[in-house]
Ligand binder design. Structure first.
Ligand SMILES: Nc1ncnc2c1ncn2[C@@H]1O[C@H](COP(=O)(O)OP(=O)(O)O)[C@@H](O)[C@H]1O
Ligand SMILES: [Mg+2]
Length: 226
């Protein structure tokens, strides 16, 4: 009963570099189903971040289709794209991008309130997620008072706060030391599996990629099985 949550078809994207055009994506295709965790590997500069930004509706492709839960997002206006992004996707970056002036709890509460959830309900959900990530004692800490691993755990809770269908992550443990990366990554995977999400996770760590359900490689602008 797994539903195709994300489907990219014929994604093309180039950037102007001086007089030349750099073609980064040349018809990339992928389907990710609910409950499936896909690793995207490929060397630095291959276009992994570009592809994730397009899948996350943060950027538009030059050509191709981004289907999210059966809806073609490339046909929608910016307001609708933002609404879909808020309601059905979570994004985790390599660097946490938490709001420095707010506590860990508030960082997980705020996106829910923006989505229209009451403060009481949002706090309950935030406490549950932070507890699940072993951060119950850190709720009132600001990002600057947390370790790198703890910051990234909060960023993961924030990404999952609105119960998205799809998690996109761009080298989510790339800034952590190997031992911490290992633990945080295991926690991320177990949380994603528990919630039955579809996930597309860029990494250039083969050990992390091996722990996901399926691997694709971004090579010459296209996605191929890895
Ligand atoms: N906004 C941009 N303007 C110009 N070139 C870009 C831009 N974003 C990415 N690129 C180029 O596209 C290529 C792919 O970048 P990126 O998607 O960040 O790769 P990866 O995440 O796999 O390291 C790189 O050569 C990069 O310099
Ligand atoms: Mg990148």
């Amino acid at each position: 009963m797994s539903e195709v949550v994300l489907k990219l078809s014929g994604i093309v994207r180039s950037f102007h570099q001086g007089r030349a055009d750099l073609q980064v994506l040349k018809g990339a295709e992928i389907e990710v189903k609910s409950g499936e965790i896909v690793a995207m590997v490929g060397p630095s500069g291959a276009g992994k971040s570009t592809l994730l930004h397009i899948a996350g509706l943060l950027e538009k492709p030059d050509a191709g289709q981004v289907m999210l839960a059966g809806q073609d997002a490339t046909l929608l206006n910016d307001d609708k794209r933002t609404a879909i992004r808020r309601a059905s996707m979570g994004f985790v970056y390599q660097y946490h991008h938490l709001l420095p002036e707010f506590s860990a709890l508030e960082n997980v509460v705020l996106p829910q309130m923006i989505a229209g959830v009451s403060k009481a309900k949002a706090s309950l959900r935030a406490r549950e997620l932070l507890g699940r990530m072993g951060l119950s004692g850190r709720e009132t800490h600001r990002p600057g008072q947390l370790s790198g691993g703890e910051q990234q755990r909060v960023a993961i809770c924030r990404a999952l706060a609105n119960r998205p269908k799809l998690l996109l992550a761009d080298e989510p443990t790339g800034n952590l030391d190997p031992a911490t990366a290992d633990i945080v990554f295991a926690e991320l995977l177990s949380l994603v599996r528990e919630q039955g999400l579809a996930a597309l996770i860029a990494t250039h760590n083969p050990d992390l990629a091996a722990r996901m359900d399926r691997r694709v490689r971004l090579k010459d602008g296209a996605l191929v099985p890895a």
